[in-house]
Write a protein that binds this ligand. Structure first.
Ligand code: NAI
Ligand code: MG
Length: 502
């Protein structure tokens, strides 16, 4: 088995080094850490250098089959017998372990995904802990109801039961925290899981699953099947023993999953892409709004489903807002995630680097004006997937950079005159994930919140997430909601029970 040199070795804690030395990553099936049947592995890369980081066993159809069987056995065996209070305790124990391992998990996330270590520590790991704690509170509060039926001598009540075996397919932009978005509600509701992390970032999922075992979940409640989407993901989606797929990723793959899930009519929740508009009215606190707009597109190097990738500014404030965003883009320090000075890391994969730089080239070729960026940042390691924060203006509706999800630090800016025009431009996209509105006029704020076709509207703020608040898409940004009791609903069935009382 190939082993790779450990990058940034001298900066890593002993626990992270020990984890990396335990690799190649194995599959977790029925509580056993095992190699795949065929023994094939895939490579994950360190994004700041483009060098191989680790090898991980690749789950193929036969391995997925075993993982699903293990999940089914746990569902019908030990997991079914566990009381709601015990389920709650296990989820809290898992949250505690993640919290205790925060430094190590953050280092693993940064090595595999590329994001700054400060972000992994401040955002990814704590939000994961919070999500599990929020959902830990639910098992004892999932209630059915007694229904006031009008048939004499009949008692009717509802039971809420788990959907069954859940396939959780996770992308690479927030590899650890998006696990908690799926597994928090899935486990709280009493389901069992086969987890498939993205092939670009499988490592934090492996460490996470070690903690699941340590927390004391029965064998087979959480199983881990790593591998490429077309192989491992496709096998999971087509498997007749999987009752539900919870997916976050591209709209294109969301569409494929809908088709492939038709065989046994799997339940689906799909959290897909976005092209979210950030709208600044001239009466807003423009400098605050513009700084937030920069954060909304450059945060996580633009690799967020809710990235504010289209900026709409009311004409009198347009130049001022663009000037502030441009200055901010120039000032952002781009560099390796393990360098404490870096504010923005590289993109996560070579393939994605090609995609994002391709979009930047298309913007230039189609005649958009480059306000800043569109070049490789200075002083970054060769071979790393770095792009500069980029702002285009003088864009047209038909340009790819205006229409398509780039998923990189690339902003397309345009002016508008009236609120109606802002709403029309904002909604002129097949996506509908999120939107931001900045105004001091309370009537405009509420009016826009009503007009925008998006699952989330942020007013005078952006990118606020909380485990209690539902998040998800309108239109082709998908369906179903993450977080809140709304998420739990997607992991529960309702059984209506009739009893003759005489
Ligand atoms: P993707 O949609 O291919 O990958 C997301 C997950 O789906 C990964 O775990 C992948 O292995 C899996 N997958 C891929 N093909 C599959 C299939 N046929 N069956 C089952 N699972 C499958 O996303 P990709 O290719 O990594 O990125 C492409 C674009 O998707 C990005 O540029 C971005 O626009 C968008 N995207 C959106 C995300 C979001 O947060 N909504 C996250 C990741 C990507
Ligand atoms: Mg793909």
């Amino acid at each position: 088995m190939t082993t790779h040199a450990i990058p940034y070795e001298s900066q890593l804690t002993p626990e992270t080094l020990a984890f990396l030395r335990r690799l190649p990553g194995r599959l977790l099936i029925g509580g056993q850490w095992i190699a795949s049947v065929a023994g094939r592995t895939f490579t994950t890369y360190e994004p700041s250098t483009g060098q191989p980081l680790a090898e991980v066993y690749q789950a193929e159809a036969e391995d997925v089959d075993r993982a699903v069987a293990a999940a089914r056995a746990a569902l019908e065996g030990p997991w079914r017998r566990i009381t709601p209070l015990e389920r709650e305790r296990l989820l809290h124990r898992l949250a505690d372990l993640i919290e205790q391992r925060a430094q190590e998990l953050a280092e693993i996330e940064t090595l595999d995904n590329g994001k700054p270590l400060s972000a992994s520590k401040a955002i990814d790991v704590p939000s994961t802990v919070d999500m599990f704690r929020y959902f830990a509170g639910w098992p004892t509060k999932i209630e059915g109801a007694v229904k006031p039926v009008s048939i004499p001598n009949r008692l009717n009540y509802t039971l809420r039961e788990p959907v069954g075996v859940v396939g959780a397919i996770i992308p690479w932009n927030f590899p650890l925290s998006l696990i908690s978005w799926k597994l928090g509600p899935a486990l709280a509701a009493g389901n069992t899981v086969v987890l498939k992390p993205a092939e670009q970032t499988p490592l934090s999922a492996i460490r996470f699953c070690e903690l699941v075992c340590e927390a004391g979940f029965p064998d087979g409640v959480v199983n881990l099947a790593q591998g490429p989407g077309e192989i491992t993901g496709a096998a999971l989606v087509a498997h007749p023993g999987v009752d539900k797929i919870a997916f976050t990723g591209s709209t294109e793959v969301g569409r494929l999953i809908m088709k492939a899930a038709a065989g046994n009519l799997k339940r689906l929740s799909l959290e897909l892409g976005g092209k979210s508009p950030h709208i600044i009215f001239a009466d807003a606190n423009v400098s605050q709004a513009a700084r937030a707009a920069a954060g909304a597109i450059f945060g996580n190097a633009g690799q967020s489903c809710n990235a504010g990738s289209r900026l709409l500014v009311q004409r009198p404030a347009y130049e001022q807002a663009l000037e502030i965003i441009t200055r901010r883009a120039e000032a952002i320090r781009v560099g390796p995630g393990m360098d404490a000075r870096s504010e923005m890391g590289p993109l996560t994969s070579a393939e994605h680097y090609q995609r994002v730089t391709g979009y930047i080239r298309s913007g230039v070729e189609q005649g958009a004006a480059v306000r800043v960026g569109a070049a490789r940042p200075a002083g970054v390691p060769e071979g790393g997937y770095f792009v500069s924060p980029t702002v285009f203006d003088q864009v047209r509706d038909d340009m790819a950079i205006v229409r398509e999800e780039i998923f990189g630090p690339v902003l397309a800016a345009m002016p508008f005159d009236t609120p109606e025009e802002a709403a029309r431009l904002a909604n002129a996209t097949p996506y509908g994930l999120a939107a931001g509105v900045w105004t001091r006029d309370v009537a405009t704020a509420h009016r826009m919140a009503g007009l925008l076709q998006a699952g989330t509207v942020w007013v005078n703020c952006y990118s606020q997430f909380d485990p209690a608040s539902p998040f998800g898409g309108y239109k082709q940004s998908g369906f179903g909601r993450e977080m809140g009791h709304e998420a739990l609903e997607h992991y529960l069935e309702t059984k209506s029970v009739w009893v003759a009382t005489s």
